[in-house]
Design a protein around this ligand. Structure first.
Ligand code: ZN
Length: 188
């Protein structure tokens, strides 16, 4: 079933997700429906907040893109990440590293809008999977950016909060600009 995607000022988008205590049939169904919803909307990631459920869970389906490359390492070894997609990451913890780069982002909760967002190039991720196992990997490039964007959603943070003030003024319509909360990312 395709779920409704929450947009703009929906309160779920500003709610920190609850920890998923048990990966049960309900969570598995939710993850499956979120993947279906992400694909139908042609997105590369979707957080539970975006279907109205503030939980620590997001799904990802990042493809190989020539002009926006990604890399993944499992136990320090470079791996092809595409066979691992779609990924469902539950109760994730991340550490970012590497130089901060500017990259253009969009969000299924802000249809038609794009913005330049600074983020560290790399990320180390630990999370539970649907099977209940723990997965740990490192990612660079677009995949690392997508992980950070979705992880932000789980904390109630949106990409518009991370844009520079100048870019917000130039790239966002007034009503969306009003929704940004740059203070949330300060010190994060
Ligand atoms: Zn988003």
């Amino acid at each position: 079933m395709i779920l409704e995607i929450t947009e703009h000022d929906h309160p779920a988008l500003r709610t920190k997700g609850r920890r998923v205590e048990k990966v049960d049939a309900k969570i598995r169904q939710l993850a499956e429906e979120m993947i279906e919803t992400m694909r139908a909307a042609e997105g590369i990631g979707l957080a539970a907040q975006q279907v109205g459920l503030p939980l620590q869970l997001f799904v990802l389906e990042v493809p190989h893109m020539k002009d926006r490359p990604s890399a993944m390492r499992l136990d320090g070894m470079a791996v092809d990440f595409e066979p691992l997609m779609p990924m469902v990451l539950i109760n994730p913890r991340i550490e970012t590293f590497g130089r901060t780069r500017i990259g253009n982002e969009g969000c299924l909760s802000f249809p038609g809008l794009r913005g330049d967002v600074p983020r560290p190039f790399s990320v180390r991720v630990k999370a539970q999977t649907l099977s209940g196992d723990e997965i740990e990997f490192e990612a660079d490039g677009l995949l690392a950016r997508a992980v950070q964007h979705e992880f932000d959603h789980l904390q109630g943070i949106l990409f518009i909060d991370r844009m520079s003030e100048a870019d917000r003024l130039e790239e966002l319509p007034e009503d969306v600009r009003q929704l940004s909360r740059p203070a949330l990312v300060a010190g994060h």
